[in-house]
Design a protein around this ligand. Structure first.
Ligand code: GLU
Length: 553
């Protein structure tokens, strides 16, 4: 029996033993999207039965990560619902009731075999039969009265499922793997309740899925081998077996199971690195599912309309962080200034802090090596962490108070960001005031380059930029500078690169004139003057002067 034509009810059932990992997040996304696409119900159930590893804190982390991704659940912790409670530790009475039903029907029996006895049987079977085929059912033949008497006398026991004699192969339908069939002879009479009264995972999960009316079980394929056992429990309970969908593993770029070695593996690390939740959801959805094999940008709302189980693939998927960066960049590019400021707020505040902190007059800093750049990019720097609390609050408030100013930064970087955490490095120069942090290589390659006439270029631009008669308008100023440069025989590149270095500190800033519109004109002129003095020596214009050598030593 499978559950077709019934309103869809699916669940995400994390064990709160740590962070929400990428694999779990994908499982949650598929359940959520499937519920939305079918007008069904998405249930969240916390499987907190491991007393040592399940903590309230971990539960909160998981709820927070799901909320951040926008995966709202219809029933579960904090929202309640008709099938609660939604924590396994609070559902013991339902497991007791289900077990009582099985006992009543003769589908479960007590087993008094001690651990030592079972270990000895296992060791013997391994020697004489080349392997242990599971529990030999010794206690299954104990007469009921005798068993009851031994229980009443307090003899330790577990409860086992009595797998029906003559049961054929265990079969079920899987939306990913198709029709599955497992030989019955490898299924022993599994334990349902342990000696200490706790229930096994397989039993609890089936009881919950039955009592919560779950129609489709979408989960990682690490649970595939549990499924035939669970099917036997469904059958014993006389419950409908849901349709399963087991999701293949996510691998790192090297083809190995995704782990810490590959970098960030949990959802909140991605949040802290400045990925947009929509981009992460889109990206994870495509790890094992596709709309048509081609479309890559499928925003969450569309995913909720188009998701289907039949397009889940059995193949392992590869977590390609470069693709995630690209995708995040697309979402940033398309989100618009208003949404960007809202989403980027902590990084914009950080940009302000970084800019105002770092600059003190005109300084030259060594260009980081490629390795240093990569190492810095790999570190998750949570905005506001390690900075003065008051200063931080002031910078956050500034973003709210001066939204227009911050929104005007969006066009400067909209097409140049892969993640929000790149914002401070790209835009801190806007907050330097009249100071400049000069990148050493840019000084060498642009300002001090033989025959580049950088000092002349700066003088020409300074004259245009400091002239109050000129409008403070990007296009007009650029044109005026260009014309003045042309008159002096300086091509645009030779004219503008020195200006870029003098104002933004290096050769790779966002569009320069647009950026200058967000700065105080007096600061722009002061930066040019300061850099000229530092690099070329006050007023002497000599590119090989002592000041220049000093500047980069
Ligand atoms: N709690 C299980 C886990 O976190 C999931 C069980 C299930 O989905 O059936 O792996």
């Amino acid at each position: 029996m499978t559950t077709e034509n019934k309103p869809v009810r699916v669940r995400f059932a994390p064990s709160p033993t740590g962070m929400l990992h990428i694999g779990g997040a994908r499982t949650a996304i598929y359940n959520w999207a499937f519920a939305r696409a079918t007008g069904g119900t998405f249930v969240l159930r916390i499987e907190d039965t491991d007393p040592e590893r399940s903590t309230e804190e971990n539960t909160q982390i998981i709820l927070r990560a799901l909320r951040w991704m926008g995966l709202n659940w219809d029933e579960g912790p904090e929202v309640g619902g008709p099938c609660g409670p939604y924590f396994q530790t609070q559902r013991t009475d339902t497991y007791e009731a289900a077990l009582a039903k099985l006992i009543e029907a003769g589908e479960a029996y007590p087993c008094f075999c001690s651990k030592e006895t079972l270990d000895a049987k296992r060791a013997e079977a391994e020697q004489t039969q080349g392997g242990y085929a599971g529990y030999d059912r010794t206690c299954r033949s104990i007469p009921r009265e005798e068993a009851e008497a031994r229980i009443a006398a307090g003899e330790p026991h577990v409860w086992r499922l009595a797998v029906p004699e003559g049961h054929g192969p265990v079969e079920f339908e899987d939306a990913v793997y198709g029709h599955m069939s497992f030989p019955i002879d490898v299924m022993d009479d599994m334990i349902l309740r342990r000696t200490d009264g706790t229930f096994t995972y397989n039993f609890a999960v089936v009881c919950d899925d039955v009592n919560m009316g779950i129609t489709h079980v979408i989960r990682g394929d690490d649970h595939l081998s549990n499924t035939p056992r669970q099917v036997l429990i469904y059958e014993a309970l006389g419950a409908e077996v849901p349709l399963f969908a087991h999701l293949s593993m996510i691998l790192g770029a090297d083809g190995k199971k995704l782990s810490k070695r590959h970098g960030a593996t949990n959802v909140e690390e991605y949040r802290d690195r400045g990925y947009l939740p929509e981009a992460l959801v889109n990206f994870l959805a495509l790890l094992g599912w596709s709309l048509d094999g081609e479309t890559t940008i499928i925003p969450p709302a569309e995913l909720c309309r188009r998701f289907s189980l039949d397009r889940i693939t059995k193949k392992h998927s590869i977590f390609d962080e470069k693709k995630l960066d690209w995708m995040d960049g697309v979402y940033i590019r398309d989100m618009g200034a208003e949404a960007w400021v809202a989403a980027a707020k902590p990084w914009l505040a950080q940009t302000n802090i970084d800019g105002s902190n770092v600059a003190d007059g005109i300084t030259v800093v060594p260009t980081p090596t490629k390795e240093e750049q990569q190492a810095a990019a790999a570190v998750t720097r949570v905005p506001g962490e390690g900075v003065d609390a008051d200063a931080w609050q002031a910078c956050l408030a500034d973003v709210d108070d001066d939204t227009e100013f911050y929104q005007a930064m969006y066009p400067l970087v909209a097409e140049r960001l892969a993640r929000m955490d790149e914002i401070p490095a790209k835009l801190a120069f806007l907050f330097w005031g009249d100071s400049v942090v000069l990148d050493e290589k840019s000084v060498q390659k642009v300002l001090l380059k033989e025959g580049a006439r950088a000092d002349e270029a700066l003088a020409i631009c300074r004259a245009v930029l400091s002239n109050d008669d000129n409008p403070w308008d990007a296009e007009a100023l650029q044109e005026l500078c260009r014309a003045a440069g042309e008159e002096a025989g300086l091509k645009p590149k030779l004219l503008f690169q020195p200006l870029r270095v003098a104002v933004a500190g290096n050769m790779v800033s966002p569009p320069l004139f647009e950026a200058m519109m967000l700065m105080d004109p007096a600061d722009v002129v002061a930066r040019i003057d300061g850099v000229v003095a530092k690099v070329f020596g006050e007023g002497d214009g000599a590119s090989d002067g002592a000041a220049a050598a000093d500047a980069v030593s």
